[in-house]
Design a protein around this ligand. Structure first.
Ligand SMILES: C[S@@+](CC[C@H](N)C(=O)[O-])C[C@H]1O[C@@H](n2cnc3c(N)ncnc32)[C@H](O)[C@@H]1O
Length: 337
């Protein structure tokens, strides 16, 4: 065996065992181990006592994570590294919600049925749980909270860049369709003091938006509306914003959402879809991994510019412009035909 083969085998083995790191990181995220190490190294007896965990098993998990630099093991116990600092709960860009999301039952169980999707075209999540993802979240508040917190963190990571690169000043009223906890809309309103907003999402989700609206001090300029975007979306906006919405759905469902936006909009209102775009260039990878998450969890997909253009057309819009925001996110603009 030559060096190239040896290195390929080693890399391939770590790819094959990918679920190992997801599971190990989920355990320490759930037990909030990083927070317990904030002030310096601690031994496993202390960590086990604080978390109620089985000392030997916890030790073996932390030791395995130290092999991939998530912790550092020494005679004094385990300590934080740059990687595990990302799991501190109070860091502004904490990845704790991402680790909790990856390990939640609703996230990982459908992956066992990816082969089923490839053979049949069916959605693994629905095979495993007998319902679609958002219906499941509606009746599983713990998983729903984990997902909404995760989405909120993902969005907070890119809000600064969206605000730096996209000019919202021409608009008076922005409707954020499926806006989750509202971080994006509230950040826009905090920057542009003359704009008003309407945040729309499922009734159980928008409950989580009230404290955040207060935090951003935009209570007087933003209405929060619970509802189903398959029934209708609020009227009165001159910009309809959909971030990470259309990729959750099949073409048929995505067109239904867009048609409801069309109905709610006035003739001069604009559509702004924030999504990844799959590029023709085989060396550009944006969205290609996330596309498989969509296959597994929602039955949606990431799309090319042409595919977005076709969706828009089917709902009465014309795709008028695409502004790359440079963070795996594009501002895809639409106007009513
Ligand atoms: C991927 S998340 C995106 C959230 C937010 N736009 C963001 O980027 O942070 C999809 C959102 O669509 C919402 N959603 C799903 N089904 C919905 C429905 N039928 N009506 C309204 N909102 C829905 C979910 O609750 C969730 O907040």
């Amino acid at each position: 065996m030559d060096n190239r083969q040896r290195s390929s085998i080693s890399r391939m083995l770590s790819l094959i065992d990918g679920y190992l790191s997801t599971s190990l990181i989920y355990v320490v995220a759930e037990l909030k181990i990083a927070d317990l190490l904030r002030d310096g190294p601690k031994d496993t007896a202390y960590l086990a006592q604080k978390t109620g965990a089985h000392e030997q098993c916890l030790y073996r998990v932390l030791r395995a994570l130290s092999c991939i630099q998530v912790f550092r093991e020494s005679k004094r116990g385990f300590e934080l590294t740059g990687l595990s600092e990302c799991l501190l709960s109070d860091s502004p860009y904490s990845l704790l919600p991402s680790a909790l999301y990856a390990g939640d039952e609703a996230s990982w169980r459908p992956w066992g049925e990816l082969l089923h999707a490839v053979k049949t075209g069916e959605t693994p999540f629905e095979k495993v749980f007998g319902m679609d993802l958002f219906t499941y979240y509606g009746s599983h508040p713990h998983s729903s909270e984990i997902f909404d917190n995760y989405m909120d963190v993902v969005t907070k990571h890119i809000v600064r860049i969206i605000l730096a690169k996209y000019d919202f000043s021409p608009y008076k009223v922005i409707v954020d369709v499926g806006g989750g906890f509202g971080s994006l809309l509230f950040s826009i309103l905090a920057k542009y003091k003359d704009i008003r907003g309407i945040l729309h999402d499922l009734p159980h989700v928008v409950q989580g938006a009230y404290p955040l609206r207060k935090e951003y001090q935009v209570e007087d300029r933003c209405e929060i509306v619970g509802g189903q975007f398959f029934d209708s979306v609020p009227e009165g906006g001159d910009l309809y914003l959909l971030k990470s919405i259309l990729h959750d759905w099949s073409d048929e469902k995505a067109i239904a959402i867009l048609k409801n936006c069309f109905k709610a909009m006035e003739s001069k209102s604009k559509l702004l879809v924030l999504e990844r775009i799959i590029q023709d260039d085989v060396n550009r990878h944006e969205g290609k991994a996330l596309d498989i998450f969509m296959m597994v969890h929602t039955g949606g997909k990431e799309r090319t510019r042409e595919e977005y253009s076709e969706l828009f057309q089917s709902a009465g819009f014309r795709l008028s412009n695409v502004v790359p925001l440079g963070v795996d996110c594009n501002a895809i603009e639409g106007i009513r035909e």
